[in-house]
Write a protein that binds this ligand. Structure first.
Ligand code: SF4
Length: 656
């Protein structure tokens, strides 16, 4: 009997038979703009081949008064969507799309002001939106119906209306945000009127059997939109026969990381809210909540917590997740580490990527199933066993090359072996463990505790050398601040000053009553240091040259979660646009970047988070002495795992 008998039992949604219970719910990719394109088709096709039962394409705007990425607001959308449908059809995966209007969240197609429920600006708005007249609401309701009809004409199996997560209908539902005085504001019935009219319009515009559902969810602030109200909305739509499924989410833009929490939250973290929203529903319920394995999905189905389970990030990290697990190859699934860096962060900064899967967004060109055996297998030597080196070795081996990986220390994983010891960062180590397992499985010749210099590399007579020798932290005594490189940092004898790596290695301990984390980078490293120091009992002052707390990871949402934890401790404050002047025993002088008067800040311990120094001597020594020479990851420029893994992968793919 299958390990996953519930996961692999079919389910009917409206007139659509879905082959299994794994859903990829709608998630922004920004791989396409306005209409489906080749990149978006290739992205979804990989996941269809990987075994998902149902995918809901990303937010598709219905009207030019608010747009994000895709659009179904005109007939031009039909033919490109049809190409996607035709590409996916042989896989058996069913396809819906999500009909979307942001209200105050996103601009009009021409970059102008969006239409919204009232003139109240949203959390991230730059100007008040245009409050809709009743005539404009009617126009929008009609637009939903027309968009749904276009999507059915394109061959999709169904649509869902996004009526949660802080977008247009959430704004209608909220007694706080909806201050209208007409029939669309005030009472509960008035606040849900626009959604019910929209669902009726879609039913009228599409044929029986075409699936229709809603994505619903409360705010984390129950005053803005309560779970009880959202449950009542779902029950009303169900009672009127307007929906075939409910896709339950939680959170809105007032704490947006709730919608896609990172590795600091457990699998199933949304269950307390989704169980309340789902009460009394007889139509299928889809739940989300950082599910990433079929074991987790099977458990949720067994417990009756859901009828279908969403796995999005798990299948971004490994498109073949479902197929591998079903075939008993679950250990070969590349793990999502819950970092949000490439997926969520990528969307907010331009285009979706993945920290651990280097080909996300480039499937049309680089999907792993496009790797074919190299016509002339090469002798490849990889120097360095961090994630960049291991990814290079893994990929080169998949291409059929003869690969040796040489690592100076007694273990693989590089800096992740230290980073994973910081609080709430444990999952980051999973990608190193997976890469280690894969390179052994694929037959890479791994030599640990082997320090090599250029002469020893040349003695191996390799065709290709990939240098992935990583980086070292800058010692406190040589620390230079990026915003003030001419100024030295005076450190008094006896002052307790650590680098972030020192703190990782030392682990839990006594760091005194007060501490400073000075963050020159703005990435998660400093957050981890703050977390460790607060956990030790210290009162922490975070000091940075940047305009804000950890700007490099702001797009991931994990900064919100971290700030919430830190402020709740009552022992945290932030000083932005600041520089360290000096460090003494028990305190440090901190000055505003554009001011001359320093502030004395109590600090029994100061942790310096600065750019590490690349280790690349062997690459310099091998210049012009081997047929093909590459340098990847921190050895090239000290950054984080996403560029490191991608560079390792691309170096291997470029072997001639
Ligand atoms: Fe998972 Fe991070 Fe990849 Fe997103 S970027 S899918 S969170 S590993």
């Amino acid at each position: 009997m299958s390990l996953y008998k519930r996961v692999f039992s079919p389910i009917r949604i409206g007139g659509v038979e879905v082959p299994n219970r794994i859903v990829r719910t709608a998630h922004a990719t920004r791989l396409a703009h306005r209409y489906v394109n080749d990149d978006l088709i290739a992205y979804h096709l990989e996941r269809a081949k990987g075994g998902a039962g149902l995918s809901i394409i990303e937010s598709t705007s219905v009207h030019p008064s608010s747009t994000f990425s895709l659009s179904a607001a005109d007939d031009g959308a039909i033919a490109p969507m049809r190409r996607l449908v035709d590409a996916i059809a042989p896989s058996g995966m069913k396809l819906f799309t999500q009909l979307w209007h942001g209200g105050y969240t996103d601009p009009a197609a021409d970059g102008g002001l969006p239409w919204a429920v009232t003139a109240l600006p949203g959390r991230y708005s730059v100007a008040p939106p245009i409050p809709m007249t009743t005539g404009q609401i009617g126009e929008l309701v009609d637009a939903y119906g027309q968009a749904a009809a276009r999507m059915q004409a394109a061959g999709l199996d169904g649509v869902e209306v996004l009526a949660g997560a802080g977008y247009l209908f959430s704004q209608f539902f909220s007694p706080v945000l909806n201050q209208r005085q007409d029939e669309y504001g005030g009472s509960f019935d008035n606040r849900i009127r626009a959604l019910l009219e929209t669902l009726r319009a879609i039913r009228a515009a599409t044929s029986p059997g075409f699936a229709l559902g809603v994505r619903l969810g409360a705010s984390t602030d129950e005053r803005i939109l309560s779970t009880a109200d959202v449950n009542a909305i779902a029950l009303r739509a169900q009672a009127e026969g307007l929906i075939d499924f409910v896709n339950i989410t939680h959170g809105d833009y007032y704490f947006h990381v709730e919608r896609y929490a990172g590795m600091d939250r457990p699998v199933g973290y949304q269950l307390p809210a989704s169980e309340r929203v789902g009460q009394g529903l007889t139509v299928p319920r889809i739940i989300v909540g950082r599910y990433a394995t079929l074991d987790d999905a099977e458990q949720a189905l067994k417990e009756g917590q859901a009828d279908m389970v969403n796995i999005v990030r798990g299948m971004i990290a490994d498109p073949m997740l479902v197929a591998k697990a079903r075939a008993g190859r679950g250990t070969e699934v590349r793990p999502c580490i819950g970092c949000n860096q490439g997926c969520i962060g990528g969307v907010f900064t331009g285009r979706m990527r993945c920290a651990v899967n280097p080909v996300v967004g480039d499937e049309a060109r680089l999907a792993e199933d496009r790797i074919v055996p190299a016509p002339s297998p090469r002798k490849v030597l990889v120097v360095g066993g961090g994630v960049a080196g291991m990814e290079a070795a893994r990929t080169a081996r998949l291409m059929g090359h003869r690969v040796t990986l040489i690592e100076a220390t007694s273990g693989l994983g590089g800096l992740l072996n230290q980073a994973r010891h910081l609080p709430k960062l444990h999952l980051i180590g999973d990608i190193a463990l997976w890469l280690e397992g894969e390179i052994y499985r694929l037959g890479v010749d791994v030599r640990l505790s082997t320090y090599v210099e250029a002469g020893e590399v040349l003695a191996e007579n390799p065709d290709v050398v990939i240098v992935a020798t990583g980086s070292q932290p800058t010692e406190a005594s040589g620390f230079r601040q990026t915003a003030d490189p001419a100024a030295g940092l005076r450190i008094a004898p006896g002052a307790r000053v650590l680098t972030s790596l020192d703190l990782c290695m030392a682990g839990a301990g006594d760091y005194g009553k007060t501490a400073i984390v000075f963050d020159d980078i703005g990435h998660y490293e400093a957050i981890g240091c703050c977390e460790a120091l607060i956990a030790s009992g210290a009162e922490v002052t975070y000091v940075t040259r940047h305009l804000m707390f950890a700007p490099a990871v702001e797009g991931t949402g994990r900064t919100q979660a971290a700030l919430q934890r830190f402020h709740r401790s009552g022992r945290f404050r932030v000083l932005t646009q600041s520089a360290l002047v000096s460090i003494d025993q028990g305190s440090a002088e901190v000055r505003p970047l554009y001011g001359d008067t320093p502030e004395n800040v109590s600090a029994d311990t100061v942790v310096l988070v600065g750019y590490r120094q690349s280790q690349n001597e062997i690459w310099q020594a091998l210049q012009g002495r081997v047929p093909q020479l590459h340098i990847v990851g921190d050895a090239l420029s000290a950054r984080d795992i996403q560029p490191a893994i991608r560079e390792g992968h691309l170096a291997a793919r470029s072997i001639a």
